[in-house]
Design a binder for this molecule. Structure first.
Ligand code: SF4
Length: 280
């Protein structure tokens, strides 16, 4: 068994929380930069340039990319040959986030009870998804999820007869309804299949893929391309002011489902898509 110490997990999570809130990842910078040349609306181009300037200023001045520093979501892959020592893995991830948001002066955006709305004061708890895998590594993918885009996400239990057309119509309707409220240009995570909760989970997981990385299944990858094209023909544009750059990428994940069902979840991420990975 390979041992991974909780102190190391706390430290790495802390550093990643601070880093991803301040520095835009290279994959996102690249697609954003490329979108400026493709945008046909002059106002849309100016907004895209502003977003690039904003990330430069954030990196230079050590400031968050956005005032909404998000709720942290983690996808954890635990190798079967890994032994977590000196603490508890869930608590270590939460402690790393707690310290990152405190030491990085990042806004604490989580409330304890969704109805009584008292802030937890440390941006925890983290939403954690665990997966046991082969090997001796611990991989943690982290995202800081802003709620302007989270609030515009949706799920629907379609019927098998709705087919791929029904799936696409639901995704396009969700993006249309979201309009400028989700701070476009967006990344669209889609989960198709599984059960009600699995569809939502894989839609979120899809958002943490490197931006623009295609699904390995050619058929699903072609649906991603078609959807990106159709979404960018909706005319919503950067920040909802019109133009062709509504989405920077569409990532679709699928999972086997029941013969009687076709669940579809659409999880939207804004241009301040904070994400990163640590491997221990
Ligand atoms: S949706 Fe994204 S860009 Fe908009 S306020 Fe929230 S974190 Fe910031």
């Amino acid at each position: 068994m390979r041992q991974v110490n909780c102190q190391e997990i706390i430290e790495e999570i802390k550093k990643l929380c601070i880093h991803m809130n301040i520095h835009m990842e290279e994959d996102l910078k690249k697609v954003l930069e490329e979108s400026i040349a493709k945008e046909n609306s002059p106002l849309g181009r100016e907004i895209l340039k502003d977003l690039m300037n904003n990330q430069e200023i954030a990196a230079k001045e050590d400031l968050p990319l956005c005032q909404d520093t998000g709720m942290v979501v983690a996808f954890v892959e635990v190798g079967q040959e890994v032994q977590i020592v000196n603490g508890n893995l869930t608590e270590a991830i939460n402690e790393g986030v707690r310290r990152g948001y405190e030491e990085g002066f990042l806004r604490k955006s989580v409330v304890e009870c969704p109805l009584r709305r008292k802030n937890t004061g440390d941006n925890t708890p983290v939403i954690i998804h665990y997966d046991m895998v082969e090997g001796n590594q611990l991989k943690i993918k982290l995202g800081a999820k802003g709620f302007g885009s989270e609030n515009m996400s949706a799920i629907k239990m379609l019927k098998p007869l709705d087919g791929v057309t029904g799936v696409k119509n639901f995704i396009l309707d969700t993006i249309k309804k979201a309009g400028g409220n989700c701070c476009p240009p967006i990344i669209v995570g889609v989960g198709i299949g599984g059960t009600f909760e699995r569809a939502a989970e894989i839609a979120k997981k899809a958002l943490l893929r490197n931006i623009g990385e295609k699904n390995k299944d050619q058929y699903i990858a072609s649906i991603e391309d078609e959807l990106l094209d159709e979404i960018n023909q909706l005319g919503i544009g950067p920040q909802g002011f019109g133009g062709r750059t509504t989405a920077l990428a569409v990532h679709v994940e699928t999972f086997p489902t029941h013969i009687a069902g076709l669940p579809v979840a659409v999880n939207i991420n804004c241009h301040a898509s904070r994400h990163g990975e640590i491997i221990l």
